[in-house]
Design a protein. Structure first.
Ligand code: PGA
Length: 248
């Protein structure tokens, strides 16, 4: 059975004090959960929050990593540094990094490989713009993002991959995909995985929805057969909202 996962992407928000407070509120409000719960704070808070989350149900992710493991890359953070901290996950290919930092599928292959080589699990993001959806290329585009970014991996390594479908028109906009739109794309992604890796791998891969997911719509989204949880941005910055999404 694939895992149900809710991950909070804090993006470039919170100082260390705020991050610790948010983290401890999430831990105390969460109690026990049958879902895997992940938070992705800023790099600079990770070492502190590793100590903070020890023994709790909350796992930690980084929001990105560099494709090389070390070297002359001023300002960058490597997967080996993240793995040394004991992190579980790294988010790769978030639309904000694809758009603002020019990350493409070819670069993401290197980042995925770097992360996997260090024992990290990857939340691999894909998603289309509104124009792409309107012009009807969205299914092909998502197929390509998955094929080009992940299909170099063997079937066994796919158990380290979580896919997050995040339509760009829904990320941070307050516009959410309908549960039917989410289900339709998630089923498509699972079919793409089935065609490449077979039913076992496809059925065991968690596919998360992201994009203006909030407490009032999480229940309906997560009830869809192929939606295995969410990658939450804005609403993950509030402990009450985040935990009610987890419980949805
Ligand atoms: P949002 O962001 O929930 O604020 O739309 C989602 C994401 O960027 O992962």
């Amino acid at each position: 059975m694939r895992k149900q996962i809710v991950a909070g992407n804090w993006k470039m928000n919170n100082n260390l004090q705020e991050a610790k407070e948010l983290c401890s509120s999430i831990i105390s409000q969460l109690g026990v959960s049958d879902k895997e719960v992940i938070i992705a704070p800023s790099y600079v808070h990770l070492a502190s929050l590793v100590e903070f989350t020890k023994g709790s149900a909350v796992m930690l992710a980084a929001q990105n990593c560099h494709q090389e493991l070390s070297g002359a890359y001023t300002g960058e953070i490597s997967a080996s540094m993240l793995a040394y901290l004991g992190l579980d996950y790294v988010i790769l290919g978030h639309s904000e990094r694809r758009v603002h930092n020019g990350e493409d599928n070819a670069l993401l292959v290197k980042k995925v490989n770097a992360a996997i080589s260090q024992g990290l699990k990857v939340i691999y993001c894909c998603g289309e713009t509104l124009e792409q959806r309107k012009s009807g290329v969205h299914f092909d585009l998502i197929t390509n993002q998955i094929m080009e970014g992940l299909f170099h991996l063997d079937a066994e390594t796919m158990n380290r991959i979580v896919i997050a479908y995040e339509p760009l028109w829904a990320v941070g906009t307050g516009v959410t995909a309908t549960s039917a739109q989410a289900q339709e794309m998630h089923a498509h992604i699972r079919k793409v995985l089935t065609d490449k890796y077979g039913a076992d791998v496809a059925q065991n891969t968690s596919i998360l929805y992201g994009g203006s997911c909030v407490p009032s719509n999480a229940g309906e989204l997560f009830a869809q057969t192929d939606v295995d949880g969410g990658l939450i941005g804005g609403a993950s910055l509030n402990a009450e909202d985040f935990t009610s999404i987890i419980k949805a």
